[in-house]
Design a protein around this ligand. Structure first.
Ligand SMILES: O=C([C@H](O)CO)[C@H](O)[C@H](O)COP(=O)(O)O
Length: 215
């Protein structure tokens, strides 16, 4: 089984704390995600900082774009994002706009399926348009209400689309094995790392569990 990538969700609002956390977990993760609250608070300078600091890491900017796809995402690709997210609920015109912006920078697009009623249809149509990654996502508020992403992950991974499937939503050490076995190509972890007493140790543990599950 191909080893899934690990994406660290940087969800703090503080610029310096975000960079410090990235430094701590860098050896164990493949993708740095600048989370939505973080990018709204800090803006494009944080993209530039992480790009300069980590030229060889993948950098995802979790814009969750809802409108003006090409216009909004274009500046973030230009600043160094490898992947920007666009909401599946935004519709195909906006998703197509982000895809257009990504193409100009040889970059990629993730469609976030959060709150999309028909995830299979949205994933199929977005893949046809050229999106490379489908994001199965149970947001922080839905997690607080007891929801998990595993049912949706099974559904989207079993569609057999020519895309990578990312999963986010409270992933922790105890759920890594089922996440890998369900076919996730990208495993997003936020609170289980940044909320741990030692984020570097937590990230290393996640790395070991992902590697073991994929072996
Ligand atoms: O995308 C996220 C959320 O909507 C806030 O932007 C999180 O980064 C994502 O859910 C991963 O974080 P955890 O659920 O804490 O692992």
């Amino acid at each position: 089984m191909a080893r899934p990538l690990i994406q660290m969700a940087l969800d703090s609002l503080d610029f310096d704390q975000t960079v410090a956390l990235a430094d701590k977990v860098a050896p164990y993760v493949d993708i740095f995600e600048i989370g939505t609250p973080c990018i709204k608070y800090n803006g494009i300078n944080l993209v530039k900082e992480l790009r300069n600091r980590y030229p060889d890491k993948l950098l995802l900017v979790d814009l969750k774009t809802m409108d003006a796809g090409e216009y909004e995402a274009g500046a973030f690709y230009a600043a160094g994002a490898d992947i920007c997210t666009v909401l599946g609920v935004s519709g195909l015109a906006t998703i197509g706009g982000v895809i257009k912006a990504a193409k100009k920078h040889a970059a990629e697009v993730q469609v976030d399926l959060i709150n999309v009623p028909n995830k299979a249809e949205c994933a199929r149509e977005s893949a046809k348009l050229g999106a490379q990654i489908m994001g199965v996502h149970t947001g922080l508020d839905a997690q607080a209400a007891g929801q998990t992403p595993f049912g949706d992950l099974n559904e989207v991974a079993s569609l057999g689309l020519n895309v990578r499937v990312s999963v986010a939503g409270g992933i922790k050490p105890a759920t890594i094995d089922q996440t890998v076995k369900a076919g996730a190509n990208i495993i997003v972890v936020g609170a289980a790392i940044y909320g741990a007493p030692c984020p570097a140790t937590a990230a290393r543990e996640i790395r070991e569990l992902v590697d073991a599950a994929a072996a």
